[in-house]
Design a protein around this ligand. Structure first.
Ligand SMILES: [Mg+2]
Length: 221
């Protein structure tokens, strides 16, 4: 179970889109409001896209040009495929730009193994609204702050038979992922890593995804 922005990719593409199309000042203001606790995870996701006035095609093209996949990402997807484990990209970002980046930057045969669970952008001349497809189930599972909480896809793969879930992430939307996974990889120096340290959550810090790929390959069958 892998986060997209800042984990699968080097940059946070959602933040890049917000700053590029919606203005850096608005993004800074939203970030400050989140740090003060005035916005929860769902709130900041909604807010950063509010002033994005662009077509879906423009946003997809910008995302493709801004994104670089993190070293080890393709190896991680391949390791999952090789041992028959599902690979889920669980993202608080927008499905549209994630799909575009994967189509452009990941080989087709690996793309076919990636399941994307993300939010949905609703584009209009007044800005982008966000639909949270996992919201109802998130609340049912006990989370009211994430919008589409990552505990939902974790529960889903467990229902489908997963016995061990490896969670990989970096941001505030990955706190629930870390809590509900069996093993956690947190990007070195990230919000999630600080959170894990502060809350005594066992984790491995990463800069590339090769360690996570190796964990998959060496996991006992
Ligand atoms: Mg992230």
């Amino acid at each position: 179970m892998c986060d997209f922005d800042g984990t699968a990719t080097l940059l946070d593409i959602g933040d890049e889109i917000s700053r590029h199309f919606g203005g850096a000042a608005h993004w800074e203001d939203a970030s400050a409001r989140f740090r003060r606790g005035d916005l929860d995870t769902r709130g900041i996701i909604e807010t950063i896209y509010q002033h994005v006035v662009a077509t879906e095609e423009e946003v997809r093209a910008f995302a493709v040009s801004a994104a670089r996949l993190r070293p080890g990402f393709a190896a991680l997807v391949l390791a999952c495929r090789d041992r028959g484990a599902p690979f889920v990209l669980a993202s608080g970002g927008l499905r549209q730009y994630i799909d575009a980046v994967l189509a452009e930057h990941l080989p087709k045969d690996l793309r076919a193994h990636v399941r994307v669970m993300a939010n949905e952008g609703i584009f209009s001349p007044d800005g982008v609204r966000v639909r949270f497809p996992g919201e109802e189930e998130s609340r049912a599972e006990g989370c009211v702050v994430c919008g589409s909480c990552k505990r939902v896809p974790v529960a889903q793969v467990r229902r489908e038979g997963a016995r061990f879930v490896i969670g990989v992430g970096d941001g505030f939307a990955d706190r629930c992922l870390a809590q509900f996974s069996d093993q956690v990889f947190a990007r070195e120096g990230s919000f999630l890593q600080r959170y894990c340290v502060e809350h005594g959550l066992q984790h491995a810090a990463f800069t590339t995804l090769d360690g996570a790929a190796e964990a998959l390959r060496s996991f006992p069958r």
